[in-house]
Design a protein around this ligand. Sequence first.
Ligand code: NDP
Length: 267
Amino acid sequence: MPPVPKRGLAFDFSGRSIIVTGGNRGIGRAITEACAGAGARVAIIYRGSKDAVDVAKQIAKENGVEVKAYQCDVSDAALVQNTFKKINEEMGPVTGLVANAGVSVVKPALEMTKEDFDKVYTVNVLGVFNAAQAAARLWVDSKYQGGSMVIVSSMSSQIINRVAQGKPLTQVFYNSSKAAVSNLVKGLASEWAQYNIRVNAVCPGYVDTDQTSGMEKSVRDHQAGGVPLGRFAHPHEMAPQTLLLLSDHASYMTGQEYFVDGGQLVY
Ligand code: NDP
């Protein structure tokens, strides 16, 4: 595993205020740490983790910036609107959004239910849309030009992974929800370009987080072997592309998906 810089990315986000959904754990936490390390104020949105407030305090202390945690279920549109307005008043003006919160249900398609569909799609698609719309409304209402949002999608928006003995990884709602998000990114980027709001997706490959920690070792080893770089990613390896897209260096980048997958999509 190569050394991974936690902070010190070459971005200056001082004076910026960024919302990261699911920013208390995994990939979202790594992005929160990188944004705070670049000098941004960060508002973490979490669903229910008991330690989210303490995580925010710790990141704030380590980086000398304001980081606060707000409990909010992203699938509740009204709650998301109100929470984003509150963040804008308390920590704003908000300049960037990372819509990262996501969930999966892993089981064979023959056993999937409507409850499984609702669980995945209300967070991965509706939740992403709710967050994007709430951020865009803040920017359009305040006539802020230059908002950037990054949606954390997945390489599974494009490919169906196969595990040992050639069997597919059984998460059809997750994969299809990420494909939906990819199209959402293009549609929102197209509609909101008139407000100079940029919308892009970062698509991780396998990343070591709670989402992948339940994998059987044989499956995990098989999957890592299928990655050209030969390993799962560290969550911090998702931060550089995300910060680039949030930054003014990406002022002509919108409506695109950027794969950070160790080369996996070449297969
Ligand atoms: P984790 O399972 O580690 O964390 C999920 C985060 O999302 C938590 O912070 C959780 O909050 C939050 N969350 C879940 N549901 C809601 C909700 N309804 N409202 C608000 N917050 C919610 O996820 P990862 O870090 O692994 O994944 C982050 C993103 O990256 C997801 O979109 C995932 O699909 C994507 N991804 C992950 C990959 C991987 O290999 N790990 C690969 C490709 C994409 P709380 O802690 O309060 O529950």
